[in-house]
Design a protein around this ligand. Structure first.
Ligand code: THU
Length: 137
């Protein structure tokens, strides 16, 4: 499969970063204390945010990225042009979230925001995080 790499414009990137940082404030991370904020940009310009929500039955925890993607999809969105994730350390999305993203994107610029480094951000491509991903059709 040929993957077309896209990148974000400055204004979109700034909006996404801001949304991810703000979403992180709503994280429910009672057990890990590790708060994550995510924001995904649909191709019509709408941003959907998410934060991680933990549970006393630990396996029921849902990551910020999946909250954001599922919120967007439930609102009728199917095409995405960017994702920002805000964490302490500027970490990449977990494997489960990568697979959920693969349902909707073959390529996606992902902005990783390190809240410990004055919200410094670096951009990675989805295809670099999950090459040769599993997709039906
Ligand atoms: N977490 C996310 O929200 N996104 C990821 O990509 C990895 C992990 C959350 C889940 C849990 O609430 C906490 O971070 C520690 O694993």
């Amino acid at each position: 499969m040929t993957v077309t790499v896209t990148s974000l414009g400055e204004a979109e990137r700034a909006r996404l970063i801001d949304a991810a940082i703000r979403a992180r404030a709503s994280a429910y991370a009672k057990y890990s204390q590790f708060t994550v904020g995510a924001a995904i940009l649909a191709d019509d310009g709408t941003i959907y945010s998410g934060a991680n929500v933990e549970n006393a039955s630990y396996g029921l925890t849902i990551c910020a990225e999946r909250v954001a993607v599922h919120t967007a999809v439930a609102a009728g969105q199917r095409k995405f042009v960017g994702l920002a994730v805000a964490t302490s350390g500027g970490l990449t999305p977990c494997g489960a979230c990568r697979q959920v993203l693969a349902e909707f994107c073959v390529e996606l610029p992902i902005v990783l925001v390190d809240v410990d480094q004055h919200n410094s951000a670096r951009e990675v491509q989805f295809s670099a995080l999950l090459p040769e991903c599993f997709r039906l059709a």
